[in-house]
Structures are given as C-alpha cells and as structure tokens.
Design a protein around this ligand. Structure first.
Ligand SMILES: Nc1ncnc2c1ncn2[C@@H]1O[C@H](COP(=O)(O)OP(=O)(O)OP(=O)(O)O)[C@@H](O)[C@H]1O
Length: 264
C-alpha cells in the first residue's frame, strides 16, 4: 500500500490511500504540501494545508464561509501563485509547468458561467482553437452530449440559455481542453434542482467513464454526500477532517461539528 505523506491521522490517511488505490493505479493525482496563503494585510487565509487528492475520484470540499475553500481550489491551477513545491500534479511541481498547459490539464468551473460572444459551438471550440485545432461538428456534438446538452444547442447564443444550460456549455467548453482534473467552485449554487442534478450526473459520469479527478467546493452537504468519494473539511484555513461522505456526522472537530449540524 502506497504511504501517503502528511496524514491528518492514521484513519484518514487510510481512507485517502484506499480512495487513491481504487481508482487508476498511481496514487494521488494532486499532492498539496504545506500550502499557505497570507493576505496583503497579513491575515492567514490558508495554514499549511496538506492533502493528497486521489486520482479518478470526486473530492468534496466543505466548510464555513470564509474558511478558505475557494482560495485552496484556486491554488491548484495557479489562479494565485503557490510557493514552489506546494502543489504537485502527477508528482510534478505545478509552478514548473507552463501555466496555460496547467490550466488545460486542470480545468475550472465557477459558480456563475460566463460565456463568450458567439454561439455555443464557438464557445466549445474556443480552447482547442487557441492551440490551432479546429473541432469538427461531430466533436462539438460529442462534447455537448458529454455535458448533457443535445445538438439543438449548437448554434444558440449565450443569451438564449438558462443559467443551468449556460453552466453545462461552460462545462463542455472546459471539457474541450481534455482536462485530467476539474476544479468546481460551487458550480450548482445558482441552479435549480433539475439543472443541479444534470451537472451532478455529468460529473459522476466523467469520473466513471474518463477517470476524471474532480475537486468540488460546495455549500451543500447533501450534494457532497450524493456524489463525493471523500470529503475534506476546511475550517479557518486548515483541513481539520477528511471523511467518507456517509461518515460526515462522525466529524470530531468542534467547529466542523457545529457547521455540519447546522448545514444538514
Ligand atoms: N486576495 C485576497 N486578499 C485578501 N483576502 C482574501 C483574498 N482572497 C480571499 N480572502 C479572504 O480569505 C478568506 C477565505 O476566502 P475564501 O473565498 O477562500 O473562502 P470560502 O471558504 O471559499 O468562502 P465562501 O464559502 O464564503 O465562498 C476570507 O476571509 C476572504 O475575505
């Protein structure tokens, strides 16, 4: 069994090891080591965060407002610059990668989708086009289907879409870059329950069919329990618990317990 460094405790290390090993071989997809962020005003936003993110799994990140969830997520594709050696992707320091290449491999979806001008197809073609590759119609249809959108969306413009549909177009656009990791920052918080379920279904399918590693920040404990394989609890800039979704109620950290009781 591959040992994971910097466990929170033995039980949690075991959980992550198991999770990493039931996916594709090779252990953690992303290793986070002593990730720290201090604001300009000298406030500690992240305090030595250490976690191994298992390959081909969905990791949920939950915690009280302001605990540093988005900040944590944004370090993983260098939306802010972590210190060298703090974030490794497949064992390689992300600071040593070309940042655009990194962001292709580690795609991100935000709470509210922002589509570019033009049609849905233009949006989906955007990333590959930057690399000089023009996606065929069939490739665009396939990406739309991956994001649970039928072919009728192909020539629609952003203004014709609901927020839920636009979020799925944003997902298709991200998937066009063939990412290995998806970072999701509350991707369904602006969506109705049906659109939420569509996105959740797509994420689970991407994990199953493509071995995608997904890290999702959510305010919904129920959502995390529906789709995550492992849950990371962040409180005050620290990961205080790593739990199986069905064992969230067993959290021991006082703040985490309060948060979970109020949220469930
Ligand atoms: N660039 C920045 N400069 C200064 N402070 C920041 C910066 N980014 C975030 N913060 C602060 O860091 C803390 C963590 O913010 P972050 O957005 O990561 O939390 P969060 O857990 O995602 O919150 P929420 O659930 O409300 O979205 C907050 O107190 C926020 O005000």
């Amino acid at each position: 069994m591959k040992a994971l460094r910097y466990p929170i405790d033995e039980a949690q290390a075991h959980l992550l090891t198991e999770a990493a090993e039931t996916g594709q071989p090779g252990g953690a997809k992303i290793e986070v080591r002593d990730l720290t962020k201090v604001s300009d005003k000298d406030v500690r936003i992240l305090r030595k965060v250490n976690v191994d993110i298992p390959r081909g799994m969905i990791m949920g990140v939950i915690g009280p407002s302001g605990s540093g969830k988005s900040t944590f997520l944004r370090a993983l594709n260098r939306l802010w610059e972590p210190a060298s050696g703090c974030v490794l992707l497949d064992g390689v320091d992300i600071c040593e990668l070309d940042v655009l290449n990194l962001r292709r491999k580690v795609g991100m979806l935000f709470q509210l989708p922002v589509l570019f001008e033009g049609t849905v197809a233009d949006n989906v073609r955007y990333g590959p086009q930057l690399r000089g590759k023009k996606l065929s119609d069939v490739e665009v249809y396939k990406l739309l289907a991956l994001a649970d959108l039928d072919s009728s969306f192909y020539s629609k413009s952003g203004g014709e879409l609901s927020v839920g549909q636009a979020q799925r177009v944003a997902l298709a656009r991200t998937l066009a870059n063939e990412p290995e990791v998806l970072l999701l920052d509350e991707p369904t918080s602006a969506l109705d329950p049906i659109s939420t379920q569509n996105i959740e279904d797509v994420l689970v399918k991407l994990k199953k069919d493509k071995g995608m590693t997904v890290i999702m920040v959510s305010h919904s404990i129920k959502q995390i329990q529906r789709i995550a394989d492992v849950v990371c609890l962040l409180v005050n800039g620290e990961i205080v618990e790593i739990l199986e979704p069905n064992k969230i109620s067993e959290a021991r950290h006082t703040m985490a317990k309060t948060f979970l009781q109020l949220g469930s």
